[in-house]
Design a protein around this ligand. Sequence first.
Ligand SMILES: Nc1ncnc2c1ncn2[C@@H]1O[C@H](COP(=O)(O)OP(=O)(O)OP(=O)(O)O)[C@@H](O)[C@H]1O
Ligand SMILES: [Mg+2]
Length: 499
Amino acid sequence: MNTRRLELIGVTKAFPGVRALEGVDFDLRGGEVHVLLGENGAGKSTLIKVMAGVHRPDSGVVKVDGQEVRLTGPGHAEQLGISTIHQEMALVPGLSVAENIHLGRPPRRFGLVDRRRMRRQAAELVERMGLDLDVDATVADLGVAQRQMVEIAKALSLETRFLIMDEPTAVLSRTEAARLFDIVRDLTRSGVGVVFISHLLDEIAEIGDRVTVLRDGAKVAEVPASTDADELVRLMVGRSIEQQYPHRRGEVGETLLEVRGLGRAGVFSDVSFTARAGEVVGIGGLVGAGRTELVRAIFGADRHDTGEVVVAGQSVPPGDITAARRAGLALVPEDRAGQGLVLGASIEENMGLATLGERTRAGLVDLRSQRAAAARQAELLKVRAAGLDQAAGTLSGGNQQKIVIGKWLLARPRVLILDEPTRGIDVGAKVEIYELINTLTEQGTAVLIVSSDLTELLGMSDRVLVMADGRLRGELGRAEATQEKVMALAVTEGNDGVG
Ligand SMILES: Nc1ncnc2c1ncn2[C@@H]1O[C@H](COP(=O)(O)OP(=O)(O)OP(=O)(O)O)[C@@H](O)[C@H]1O
Ligand SMILES: [Mg+2]
């Protein structure tokens, strides 16, 4: 019998202004996958940080194999075999993949870091996980999905008895998630206990055994992972969600965005399409198809070599964000923690960033109007925080994303580009974001959505453009677009994955 067990009993944890956890019981047995489910800000990450030794609970007990332990820090938890992949990535961008995998505990020889062994061990691990990853690559040069894989490799390089994963699949394609699940199954078969957090409900039935649901810091239920999705949603948000994709009124008007023959050597080429006022245009495709690179170039965050971006009849110079913003373009980036948010600044300051210019008179920011606007937006998006002064870096992951989206919504762009807008956002809050998108289109904004969530892409878009290998492979109208048709266009030769 497997007696391996990690238990939390009556754990309470408060932060200034919030009760993040209230008397929570949780236990993890060797060989199982225990899912933690809850809305943004429900306390999931806080709970796993208690298990990982990051937070000391205000009260309550942690037990490992029946023995009470007082975790003194993350190192202590690791010594006990508790490995954690946190929601916010903890990699060092300037170091290589191999260096990151062995961070803090590199193999040594004669007291010196044994770089050859470090590389070899990292390469073996990456190979065993079936990852396509160069261990010598610098982490800063990797995409978000690859960085997540490095995190996973890093956690598995330890003597793991309990593996805790906070939304590991949020940045992964379906192929990559499937690979991760294979790894997880291997681990549970060898007796490892796994805690898994995800906002994607279909993953829960696929990989989970048990589900603990948290609401406002308290445990509200423990149910089998086979519980149907509607019931899980009801437990999580306290009500059922009738319409996931709210219907949109409003008319399609003039062309606001024209992309003409856009190309960037080796990344994407000959991309042409338009988006009109009141329209939602979706861009589908596999991870790596060039979608993020394309929208970054449209926004001027990267240069393009050929072609032209025209907003409301005016050509926008390449690689010039300031000009793009002045023309009315806005981009909510995929890598929000890295590019979208100032973690040390408050919610209010972050929300004000995109509209700072408008609110500045004679060099002074009109703080009162900034505060009012931020408060309204936070309310609309149901941001869960102690107050507008809370530092963005201390918000839950999903709430950080709401801030970045809110900031750009405040700028009232003509063309709003959203790159994976609801990644890490709970099911209830997703609907709020969809409703905001609808409000914007009703007011005449053109919206461009990049999403790997096919249901969302089809549910929200009037037209879906499908990209593969840096080219647009086709366009599907709302009536004809199906998951199968999108996938058929997205999968090209030499690229057999699904994502
Ligand atoms: N270091 C901190 N300082 C202040 N408040 C914090 C801190 N960490 C978390 N909180 C607060 O505790 C609450 C729970 O946050 P937590 O990160 O555990 O949520 P979560 O369930 O992981 O949400 P998400 O799905 O958005 O990741 C939130 O209200 C959050 O703002
Ligand atoms: Mg979290």
